[in-house]
Design a protein around this ligand. Structure first.
Ligand SMILES: NC(=O)c1ccc[n+]([C@@H]2O[C@H](COP(=O)([O-])OP(=O)(O)OC[C@H]3O[C@@H](n4cnc5c(N)ncnc54)[C@H](OP(=O)(O)O)[C@@H]3O)[C@@H](O)[C@H]2O)c1
Length: 331
């Protein structure tokens, strides 16, 4: 698989990474057991993926342990990204955001231990903490970089102005925020232009719209009781029905390109900028191969124009998050 370089920090990653969150939470029970998830991560490495995404809060804690164990044999060949920024009790209860410098120090030690690594390759602030000036957060990460415990600084769902302030203290290598054909805030709120200007890479999360853009979730699909999509307005049956137009658009381009809707959704992201590397999540080997195949799908300027024109006619229905989660973004 081809590589991409994130930011002036020159972090080289596979064009498509692997989001590992769903292996420990969010989308209902795993189709396989823990050992199968470890095998899946190792298969991803064999197929050329070198970019893996986890977070302290996924599980909580368990996802870092899973990713660390799976990647231990190939540690030197991969980039492991994780995230700090929540106040988690010993049992993993989430007490809200916390990016106080002393907390970042502690959180980094915990992530290093669970991942079983000496250095975190890319350490993102998961959500901006309104009670801690971003300069202090950047300073705390800078200290970890000086100690050799972190290689690169990242941010997630931060506003352009916050990214600029952080970057002035400790250069940011990558920003990770939601971005796909059904969520385009990074364009609308001038995040992408700021990243381009500052030399910061971009990592779209939920690049498949939490599965919706693959065409495998229609208005009749049912989710397991602990699936987060039950709580998301964009996933009510009515919203799914209304948003089907977007999937139909991806489907029509896919047919012409001998590809799948998921591959077109990912290829569209890759075509936006050469410094973008999406991290689709899956727990199924056949979908891993499908998603990797997106790196070989080339969209011409005509294809991109067609997608753009058709997408501009579609108004996506339903919020992407419940209100309390949305409030934590864009700060
Ligand atoms: N920074 C943040 O705040 C943040 C927030 C959310 C996510 N993330 C990161 O981003 C990663 C990806 O985001 P995400 O998991 O929310 O959403 P996503 O990658 O857009 O979609 C994942 C969903 O799509 C399904 N899927 C994947 N490939 C498929 C295919 N080819 N065909 C049909 N269905 C497919 C998966 O099901 P199966 O697993 O059953 O295949 C899963 O339900 C996460 O793993 C996490 O690392 C970060």
């Amino acid at each position: 698989m081809q590589k991409r370089v994130l930011g002036n920090g020159n972090l080289e990653v596979s064009a498509i990474g692997l989001g590992c969150m769903g292996m420990s939470q969010s989308y209902g029970p795993n189709p396989g057991d823990r050992q199968e998830m470890i095998s899946l991560i190792r298969t991803a490495v064999e197929r050329g993926i070198t970019f893996f995404d986890t977070a302290e809060v996924y599980g909580p804690f368990a996802n870092e342990e899973l990713v660390g164990e799976a990647l231990a044999p190939v540690r030197d060949r991969v980039v492991i990204a994780t995230k700090f920024g929540f106040d988690l009790g010993p049992d993993g209860d989430n007490r809200g955001v916390n990016s106080r410098p002393e907390h970042i120090k502690e959180a980094a030690e915990g992530s290093l231990r669970r991942l079983g690594v000496e250095t975190i390759d890319l350490y993102y602030q998961h959500r901006v903490d309104p009670d801690v000036p971003i300069e202090e957060v950047a300073g705390a990460v800078k200290d970890r970089i000086w100690e050799g415990k972190v290689r690169h600084f990242g941010m997630s769902e931060a506003a352009a102005q916050t990214i600029r302030r952080a970057h002035a203290v400790q250069p940011v290598t990558a920003v990770q925020s939601e971005y796909s054909l059904w969520w385009r805030r990074p364009e609308e709120e001038e995040v992408l232009p700021a990243l381009e200007e500052l030399g910061i890479g971009f990592v779209p999360y939920s690049p498949l719209g939490k599965g919706f853009l693959t065409g495998k979730i229609d208005e009749n699909a049912a989710f397991a009781s602990n699936d987060i999509r039950n709580t998301i307005p964009r996933f009510t049956p009515e919203a799914r029905k209304a948003n089907q137009a977007l999937v139909d658009l991806l489907g029509s381009i896919a047919q012409r390109k001998n590809a799948t809707p998921a591959q077109i959704a990912l290829a569209w992201l890759l075509a936006q900028k050469p410094w973008i590397a999406p991290i689709p999540g899956t727990r199924r080997p056949e979908r891993l191969d499908e998603n990797i195949g997106a790196a070989a799908v080339e969209l011409t300027p005509d294809d991109l124009r067609e997608i753009e024109n058709a997408a501009s006619e579609i108004t996506v229905q339903g919020a992407r998050y419940p209100e309390e989660l949305e409030r934590m973004t864009g700060r």
